[in-house]
Design a binder for this molecule. Structure first.
Ligand SMILES: *[C@@H]1O[C@H](CO)[C@@H](O)[C@H](O)[C@H]1NC(C)=O
Length: 223
């Protein structure tokens, strides 16, 4: 092990160089830190994707707030570097004045590459839910519709790729507060043939598009 210590140092220096700019805002996060799917990072991996309008994202230690107007597309959020079957509790509010706005437990896995959503609030009832509806599941006292949708040559955490989205869409909007028992969704997805891979980051996120306007503000806890 000792023989490789210089390699470890080199690797960590490289990791520092390539860290997302926002990682520097919180030099020593415990377990809970800025999700990389904030506006800056999205622009990083989303080079063919036009983002327009005003999005003012303010991450905090235990949550975030964002105000937006005339927004073409954005995702901002806060969460954990590595997703798992944690229970995620959020408390706050979202107001939509224009466009489409959604609030989700949001994350990615690799092998297979999957972008997943547990949609707690959508301004239009659908949010990202499209493609094929596979059934319903009751989690945390509410019914969610389960969807799968294939993204073809779309931005991802591995660059432009073709991958599946797994979506649980809460039938009753919940923009204020609640707890998402992620294992309930992951188990239901698996039973529907939707397998996750190795967890990448996991957040509570606000997304908007279509000249979206409004604001969103949450504190987030999880175990
Ligand atoms: C998450 O919630 C479920 C269902 O309420 C509970 O059984 C489980 O113990 C919780 N897990 C944690 C880590 O709190």
């Amino acid at each position: 092990m000792v023989a490789f210590s210089h390699l470890a140092v080199a690797a960590s220096a490289i990791a520092t160089v390539f860290a997302a700019p926002t990682a520097n805002a919180d030099p020593d996060p415990p377990d809970f830190e800025l999700g990389p799917h904030n506006l800056a990072r999205r622009q990083d991996y989303n080079q063919n994707y036009k983002t327009s309008g005003n999005v003012n994202f303010s991450p905090a230690n235990n949550g975030y707030s964002v105000t937006f107007s005339g927004a073409g597309d954005f995702v901002v959020g806060k969460g954990w570097k590595t997703g798992t079957t944690r229970n995620i509790t959020f408390d706050g509010s979202t107001t939509q004045t224009a466009g489409t706005v959604l609030v989700s437990v949001y994350g990615w896995t690799t092998n297979p590459l999957v972008e997943y959503y547990v949609q707690e609030y959508t301004s239009n009832g659908a949010g990202s839910a499209q493609g094929q509806k596979l059934g319903t599941v009751t989690c945390d006292g509410s019914v969610y519709d389960i969807w799968k949708h294939q993204q073809v040559n779309q931005p991802s955490i591995q660059g432009t790729s073709t991958f599946w989205q797994y979506i649980s869409n809460r039938q009753t909007k919940r923009p204020g507060s609640g707890t998402v028992t992620t294992s309930c969704h992951f188990d239901a997805w698996k039973a529907a043939g939707l397998n996750l891979g190795s967890h990448n980051y996991q957040t509570l996120s606000t997304e908007g598009w279509g000249n979206a306007g409004g604001n969103s503000k949450y504190t987030i806890t999880g175990a």
